[in-house]
Design a binder for this molecule. Structure first.
Ligand code: CMX
Length: 434
């Protein structure tokens, strides 16, 4: 049986002529235009990135390697006794585009176990940081601190052919994926659970081991598997994916690149929104003295937030124009496992009320919930109530997508990113007002 790395190399060799041909023979073909509002407005909708790992349709939502979320969960080999698939098998699928067999999945499970040792200095570094540092600061610092382990940086310094870049990049990305769960769980246990880290269990798969190191009982292993897969990738233009890709385009290694992506994920308009959703919902419940709100009370609270110039966290999206299927997938999990949980009921009530409020408010192009509106509830239910930590969970998942992407970036020789800027006066001239 071919290993993941051997299969990946075969796929890379098959793919390279497609990219080369497009650039050489069809490089002048236009795929879009850029107008002034896009230049000022965060390049929204400008098509200038390429990825085959995932594609986000505004109406349908995400597809990983062509598969919807339910198709992905159905297709991949499941951990015995669990409802959700191996994260390792999902990594295989993101990397190669193929659904792995159980045997191919197990090869990755074993490979990650060999790579999983977190250097002691990472724990020393985490312990040296002020304990009240945000867990995302800790996570990002831990990742960049391991840059000295980079095989890519070492091989580059020795002098390596461009055609070989993907190989050490794959090595670095695999090493990172194997180590991130322990780093994340260590931060959690050190910061919130009486500084009592739990050693990894080498007999478990990634999701199972993560739940074990978090100290949370079943079915939290399935929560972890579901969460990491759902949060893995959302094509290339979102802040964490784009930041990772941008930094890697300078041939910075995976440690520098992922740390940059994680820093972007830490922003409240991006990954931090899941912690903000829980904060908003809990504050609202506290104000009501814990009683279940009426729809009118909820409506008023949403308007109060909007009228004070703040956003409704967990709602809206730059690309999506309907309910995020990642939200729906988590909602289905809740309906099965925690249907009567008051916080879940409140989140459902927000889903009923908020879109109309946002539509009446008239600003958000998408009044529907995104992934972050639902994910915190599940964590809270299983006892992970420290919502500062939620974006770290998002980060472990997001690493799967962005690291698969930068491996392919190097395989296909994508160029250093360097879009062009203009001045305000140039825009005024283009608009004919100067
Ligand atoms: N509540 C209130 N106003 C909102 C809103 C929301 N949930 N979503 C968008 N708007 C506002 C915008 O702030 C913007 O206002 P201004 O014109 O005053 O600047 C206007 O509606 C138009 O914005 P848009 O084109 O619909 O949305 P953007 O592409 O600019 O931004 C996003 C997308 C996600 C940043 C935005 O919807 C938002 O801030 N949502 C709340 C935060 C959130 O849930 N983020 C998580 C997204 C998923 C993720 O990355 O994890």
């Amino acid at each position: 049986m071919a290993t993941l790395k051997e299969t990946l190399f075969k796929k890379i060799q098959e793919h390279r002529p497609r990219t080369t041909r497009l650039v050489k023979e069809f490089g002048d073909v236009k795929i879009g235009e850029v107008n002034i509002s896009q230049a000022i407005g965060g390049a929204r909708g400008v098509k200038c990135l390429v990825t085959d790992i995932s594609y986000l349709d505004p109406m349908e939502g995400i597809r990983f390697r062509g598969k919807t979320i339910p198709e992905t969960f159905d297709a991949l080999p499941k951990v015995p006794g669990s409802e959700y698939p191996y994260v390792e098998g999902f990594w295989y699928m993101l990397m190669t585009g193929d659904v792995p067999t159980m045997e191919q999945t197990q090869e990755v499970v074993e490979d990650w176990k060999q790579r999983a040792r977190v250097p002691q200095y990472v724990f020393d570094l985490l312990r040296a940081l002020p304990r009240d540092s945000h867990p995302m600061t800790m996570f990002s610092a831990a990742i960049v601190s391991m840059q000295r382990e980079s095989i890519f940086a070492q091989k580059y310094a020795e002098g390596m052919s461009k055609m070989d870049y993907w190989d050490p990049m794959f090595e670095d990305c695999s090493n990172l994926m194997a180590r991130l769960p322990e780093i994340a769980a260590y931060i959690y246990r050190m910061k919130y659970k009486g500084d009592a880290p739990i050693a990894p269990d080498p007999n478990l798969d990634m999701g199972g081991n993560f739940a074990h190191m978090m100290g949370v009982a079943k079915p939290y292993d399935d929560v972890a598997r579901m969460y990491f897969i759902l949060h893995s990738d959302h094509e290339s233009g979102n802040v964490s994916a784009h930041a990772t890709h941008l930094v890697a385009s300078a041939l910075s290694d995976a440690y520098y690149s992922l740390s940059a992506g994680i820093n972007g994920l830490a922003g409240p308009l991006h990954g931090l929104a899941n912690q903000e959703v829980l904060g908003w919902t809990q504050d609202f419940m506290a104000k009501l003295g814990g009683k279940v709100p009426t729809e009118d009370e909820l409506k008023k609270a949403l308007w109060d937030t909007l009228n004070s110039g703040q956003v409704i966290p967990g709602y809206g999206h730059a690309v999506l124009r309907k309910t995020d299927p990642r939200y729906t997938s988590q909602m289905e999990f809740c309906e099965k496992h925690l249907p009567d949980y008051p916080l879940f009921k409140l989140v459902n009530m927000i889903y009923k009320v908020a879109p109309d409020v946002l539509m009446e408010h008239g600003k958000a192009k998408n009044p529907w919930p995104n992934v972050d509106a639902q994910s915190g509830v599940i964590q809270w239910y299983y006892g992970v109530t420290e919502y500062d930590f939620y974006t770290v969970l998002f980060g472990v998942g997001r690493a799967l997508g962005v690291l698969a992407n930068i491996t392919w970036d190097r395989a296909l020789g994508y160029a250093i990113e360097r879009p062009k800027s203009v001045t305000t006066a140039m825009l005024e001239e283009a608009a004919g007002i100067k």
